[in-house]
Ligand binder design. Structure first.
Ligand code: PAF
Length: 289
């Protein structure tokens, strides 16, 4: 008989037995190459013997009253074709009444990572994400789940959810997939007018240039980085900045200086009514790596 005295020992044991069994990719549908790259990653993880489960559910609890829940693109048939092409073994696509009982009364609130960045302009958003992701984890019992780094704050919060509620699930962050001009793939890109679509790559370009300047040592402080990001993005016609941030990549805390913490630059920018988010990591300079 094996006896486990620590969470780590228990988790290692459960992971060894369950990893590659079932890999979950939660989505809200309207699938694009960003999502299918998550399926591909999940297929690699699952290997020959494992299975990839995709969920498709436009989750009402993560949308604010004035957000785009009703307008959010829904295209189940097309999505199912994409899933099939990318090695998904099964899809969970619950109907609107399936996930929440009308008198449901339990919520989940993450209190440290959720209040700033996207949480500041989308109050309650991450409560809704935590709730649906916890329910999906419980319903689907995966050994691992894959989330895109494009929603960097969401990824950090889900890691925290898993850590604090002891879900025996490995969370995998997958790199953002981009259009050829650098714009991060998003279901919301379809809302952009042709002119806004032309301007929108400025977000990634500015973040990437700033990251490079930090790595090369020519940009010395977070304040300088934020000022450069602001002036770069504001040059684009129609861009309205929601937030810009230079944070510690693991705690999401705003940095007051560049030291040994891993740096992540994040931005949320409106073009018209469409709010786009993006982020880039700052590679270590060769002398530090
Ligand atoms: O990133 C998303 O698409 C959603 O927030 C998620 C994780 C599927 C929860 O509804």
């Amino acid at each position: 008989m094996e006896v486990f005295r620590t969470r780590e020992e228990l988790s290692r044991w459960t992971t060894e037995r369950r990893l590659r069994d079932r890999v979950l990719v939660p989505t809200m549908g309207a699938l694009h190459r960003g999502h299918t790259s998550l399926f591909d990653r999940a297929s690699d993880l699952a290997g020959e013997t494992g299975e990839v489960l995709a969920s498709i559910f436009v989750n009402p609890t993560q949308f604010g009253p004035n957000e785009d829940f009703d307008a959010y693109p829904r295209q189940l048939e097309q999505d199912l074709t994409q899933c099939e092409r990318h090695g998904v073994t099964a899809v969970f696509a619950p109907g609107p009444g399936e996930m929440y009982l009308p008198d449901a009364s339990i919520s989940i609130t993450e209190t440290k990572l959720s209040n700033h960045l996207c949480g500041a302009s989308r109050p309650g958003h991450f409560d809704g994400v935590c709730l649906v992701v916890a329910k999906l984890f419980l319903l689907t019992q995966p050994s691992a789940a894959v989330f895109g780094e494009k929603d960097f704050q969401q990824l950090a919060i889900i890691r925290r959810l898993v850590r604090d509620l002891n879900f025996p699930i490995k969370i995998i962050g997958a790199e953002t997939v981009r259009e050829s001009d650098g714009l991060a793939m998003s279901s919301r890109n379809t809302y952009l007018s042709p002119e806004d679509r032309k301007q929108a790559p400025v977000i990634q370009q500015t973040l990437a240039e700033t990251a490079e300047a930090i790595t090369s040592g020519s940009m010395k402080t977070p304040a300088d980085a934020l000022a450069t990001m602001r002036s770069g993005i504001e040059r684009a016609r129609g861009a309205k900045i929601d937030y810009l941030a230079a944070v510690d990549a693991s705690t999401l805390e705003a940095l007051s200086e560049f030291g040994s913490s891993p740096i992540r630059l994040l931005a949320a920018v409106y073009f018209g009514k469409t709010r786009l988010i993006d982020n880039v990591g700052v590679p270590l300079s060769p002398s530090e790596s």
